[in-house]
Write a protein of this length. Structure first.
Length: 507
């Protein structure tokens, strides 16, 4: 596929038969990754009981998947640009299905950690490839905006479906079933994708630089690991060493890309103000939202006493809002402007988070549900339009690399947000004053307090739980306030950085 299309070819590309069916294949891949990211949390207590991992092993089971994905996104996006996005998507999907079986039947903590890491390698091939293929499937800009909206809406829907499906499976089957649901989806994806997806690649890719791959992997994993460890254990020599190693590797990666004739990631992409602004908006949005996303389910279950399924259903308004907003975001951005939709969406999320700074243990659902709906609508508008801007800011030959940058910003934002906002919640929570006889583990987490309270006399238990829950809510409201400040700052930055950006100006 050449980089310049003649008008006749463009018309043919715009009217490519089966392009919407092909989109449904890409949507399956997105849905799978989104669901898989949410079900592990539900299955963790069952995995713990069965495999009996140590505390450190349990953390690695939970974190290694996101570490590997974050470290390999740029490399896999660039590899897809070189060998073909369809090829890497189908190979990655097949591997994802096969490794899911290994996850389901892992018999030791060590095997589970390895299986989760390998699943991260396969998962890193999927998200950049799906967005890049959308860039090459839909040459008509309006159709592409709708396709990106459907892509984003599916990701949002997957995060809502995950807890519900996972909860149902865990109530009726063993914990491995949450991984085996990947298999039928992957079979459909591969069989239909072989027939419907067109192949696309960079016609002049250059070699895939292995040294750049290693530098990227070490750099991103080093930074993400340091941030997460600092949030959990504070700043230690280990976290400092990890941060310095990561920063040094990323510095070497950037310098190397500027000297290579065919870089793994073309750093000149960041000279485009629209591209840089969209990536920064995504990173700050996820950073600001992470405190709410990470701790909300604990609030609903451990503070308000809702069951897992009820808590999952309580979070649905955010997904519904994101789905609806994602489907109309392109049309709204054309009617008004890119910067007004992105900035307005981010400001709406910021104000919704600010409204949650007044919650307490007994806050009614109308406030929570309304705030979550506004968060979903604002995020749906913002993420969909920024994804469209990112894809439209680069030649289609570099769509995989550009998509990978967007996904990496998402992963880094999540890691930074959980670390920074999570440390706020933890720091406030640990200082609560419990009754005499409060065990140390009650100060480690709200879950630990609930577990400890079960072994205490009723009156002491109630006093402990009330103190712990009050302290947790105090930390949560402070974190949502900080998140609101980040989102409102991002809204202001997006207003200036996305000036003069138009979806119809995409190449």
């Amino acid at each position: 596929m050449t980089s310049t299309l003649q008008p006749a070819n463009l018309t043919e590309a715009v009217k490519r038969p089966g392009r919407w069916l092909a989109l449904s294949v890409l949507v399956l891949a997105v849905l799978l990754v989104a669901v898989d990211a949410t079900v592990l949390g539900l299955a963790t207590p069952y995995i713990s009981e069965d495999l009996k991992p140590t505390g450190t092993q349990l953390l690695w089971i939970g974190d290694v998947y996101s570490f590997v994905i974050a470290g390999l996104l740029v490399s896999m996006g660039s590899l897809g640009d070189r060998i073909g996005r369809k090829r890497i998507l189908l190979v990655g999907a097949t591997a994802f299905g096969a490794i899911s079986v290994l996850n389901a039947y892992a018999t030791t903590p060590e095997l589970m950690i390895v299986a989760r890491a390998l699943l991260g390698v396969a998962g890193a091939t999927l998200m950049p490839a799906t967005l890049a293929l959308i860039r090459n499937l839909f040459h008509d800009r309006r159709e592409r905006s709708l396709a990106v909206g459907i892509w984003g809406a599916t990701a949002s829907a997957g995060t809502a479906i995950g807890p519900i499906v996972g909860g149902f499976l865990l109530e009726h089957f063993w914990w491995g079933s949450v991984f085996l649901i990947n298999l039928p989806v992957m079979v459909v994806l591969v069989l239909v994708g072989i027939k419907l997806l067109p192949e696309s690649r960079n016609p002049r890719p250059g070699p895939w630089d292995l040294r750049s791959v290693v530098l990227s992997l070490v750099g991103v994993i080093g930074i993400v690991y340091a941030v997460k460890e600092a949030a959990t254990h504070g700043i230690t020599w280990e976290t400092l060493a990890s941060a310095l190693l990561g920063a040094g590797a990323l510095h070497g990666f950037v310098r190397r890309q500027l000297t290579l004739p065919s870089p793994l990631l073309d750093m000149r992409l960041f000279r485009d103000r629209g591209f840089s602004g969209a990536v920064l908006a995504d990173l700050l949005t996820i950073l600001g939202l992470s405190g709410l996303v990470f701790f909300l389910s604990q609030y609903l279950q451990l503070v308000q006493g809702r069951g897992p399924l009820e808590a999952g259903l309580a979070e649905l308004p955010a997904a519904v809002g994101a789905v609806v907003a994602g489907l109309i975001a392109g049309s709204v951005a054309r009617r008004f402007s890119v910067r007004s939709v992105v900035s307005g969406g981010l400001a709406a999320v910021g104000l919704a988070l600010a409204s949650l700074t007044v919650i307490d243990q007994s806050t009614g659902y109308p406030l929570l549900g309304t705030a979550l709906l506004v968060v979903g609508v604002g995020a749906g508008f913002s993420f969909t339009v920024t994804a469209d801007v990112i894809l439209g800011s680069v030649p289609k030959e570099q769509a995989g690399s550009a998509s990978a940058v967007s996904e990496t910003a998402y992963e880094l934002g999540a890691a930074l947000g959980i670390a920074v906002l999570g440390s706020i919640v933890t720091a406030v929570y640990r200082d609560f004053t419990g009754p005499a006889g409060t065990p140390p583990q009650a100060h480690e987490s709200l879950g630990g307090a609930v577990e400890a309270a079960a072994a205490l006399p009723p009156q002491t238990s109630e006093t402990l739980l009330n103190a712990a829950r009050t302290s947790f809510v105090d930390g949560l409201t402070l974190a949502t306030g900080a998140g609101a400040a980040v989102l409102l700052t991002a809204a202001i930055a997006a207003w200036f950085l996305l000036r003069d950006q138009h979806l119809d100006s995409a190449p």
